[in-house]
Design a protein around this ligand. Structure first.
Ligand SMILES: O=C(O)CCC(=O)C(=O)O
Ligand SMILES: [Fe+2]
Length: 374
């Protein structure tokens, strides 16, 4: 492996160890029955401090068994490999159609196209399905909703990623998850549900750390699992094709309450450090999950907890043949229930200063998604 030097002067070569704190959450998980209330309170306050300063934290002993995370990564890699095979099939079948009018091949192509459409991401309202490279451009501009700028940016520098979004499984709705196999569906859904339990647990720890009257304060607002599990694949790419401005994922803030992020060991995720505005590496740390505050939680707490910009650049190592390795991550975006009005909570308002007007959580998320997809 060769080392790559930093691509722009906003990037540090090493993250100061203090940039993103690491917190052991075992007092709320494996030691929940034996940890003292003082221990729990200390962890809860550490969490809040991390979300006030860095906006990001690594959690160890988060409550999801490592074997389940590994199984999800494996299933994700198999899913994207299948997409690759389907793309090759689609090209071959198109060529075949040109060469002959053979009915069987035409049928095969129609079938493959149908399969492709069946699982593709359709609308911000549904926010479910597969998005190929170039469909979504994440950028810090979208907070302002400057859609045209984003479209132009996407043409020049698309995010070099493909994704599968999975929402809550609601039987009687037109918004259905899109899976190619029952086994994969079962696995994604059980991971989805496991992550909602982690979400509820971390939320109640944060309510405790914030000194809200009840530690279940947030539960009534987040109990409908209005979340998205996103599997991400950043394909292998040759160094020559990766310009200085290329991004695997453009700089952005997340939209909802917060996000859980599992990454493989390839690297490339960078987080903006508040005090310097520089990007620091969020180096992969085995057996941890990263958690970062999203824009809705920042609004809800009147800027007490902060949503921090992050991006995915090329990894720092390249193989001998000059390729940047593929990268996989599993993201779980947590959102308030879609009917919740988000406005600064009383306890965070000083001198009558509400920094944000109320927004409906569901509409806000649809608005943000609308401006990033093409
Ligand atoms: O893949 C990653 O590490 C980050 C992805 C991300 O930030 C996002 O999808 O919002
Ligand atoms: Fe993100």
């Amino acid at each position: 492996m060769k080392n790559l030097f930093s691509r722009d002067n906003k990037t540090l070569n090493t993250a100061p160890p203090s940039a993103i704190p690491l917190i052991d959450f075992d007092a709320f998980t494996s030691r929940a029955n034996t940890a003292t209330s003082q221990e729990k309170q200390a962890i809860a306050q550490d969490l809040v401090y991390a979300f006030r300063t860095a906006g990001f934290v690594y959690l160890r002993n988060h409550g999801v068994p490592d074997s389940d995370v590994a199984r999800m990564f494996k299933a994700s890699a198999a899913f994207f490999a299948l997409r690759q095979a389907e793309k090759v099939f689609a090209i071959i079948s198109k060529l075949s159609m040109l060469l002959s009018q053979c009915l069987a091949i035409v049928n095969l192509m129609a079938f493959l196209n149908q399969q492709q459409d069946k699982i593709s991401w359709e609308s911000p309202e549904s926010n479910r399905g597969y998005a190929a490279v170039g469909r979504e451009k994440l950028t810090e501009l979208d907070k302002e909703g400057r859609v045209e700028d984003i479209k132009t940016l996407n043409k020049i520098n698309p995010d070099l990623k493909e994704s599968l979004d999975i929402g809550k499984n609601v039987p009687d709705t037109k918004y259905k998850n899109k899976f190619h196999s029952a086994e994969f569906e079962e696995q994604c859904e059980s991971f989805f549900q496991m992550m909602q339990l982690v979400n509820l647990r971390v939320m109640s720890a944060v309510a405790q750390g914030l000194d809200l009257k009840k530690k279940e304060f947030f539960t009534q607002f987040i109990d409908k699992s209005n979340n998205t599990l996103r599997l991400l694949h950043y394909p292998q790419v040759s160094v020559e094709k990766f310009s200085d401005k290329s991004r695997r994922c453009g700089a952005h803030c997340d939209y909802g309450s917060w996000t859980f992020l599992f990454q493989d060991n390839v690297g490339g995720l960078e987080v903006q450090e508040r005090s310097t505005n520089k990007y620091v590496r969020a180096t992969p740390i085995p057996n941890t999950v990263l958690v970062n505050v999203g824009d809705l939680l920042q609004r809800w707490t009147n800027d007490y907890l902060i949503s921090t910009e992050h991006r995915v650049v090329q990894p720092y190592e390249v193989d001998e043949a000059g390729y940047l390795p593929a990268r996989y991550s599993i993201v779980y975006f947590c959102n308030p229930n879609s009917d919740v009005e988000i406005e600064p909570l009383e306890q965070f308002i000083e001198d009558n200063c509400k920094k944000y007007s109320p927004v409906n959580a569901g509409k806000y998320l649809i608005g943000r998604l609308s401006s990033t997809y093409v």
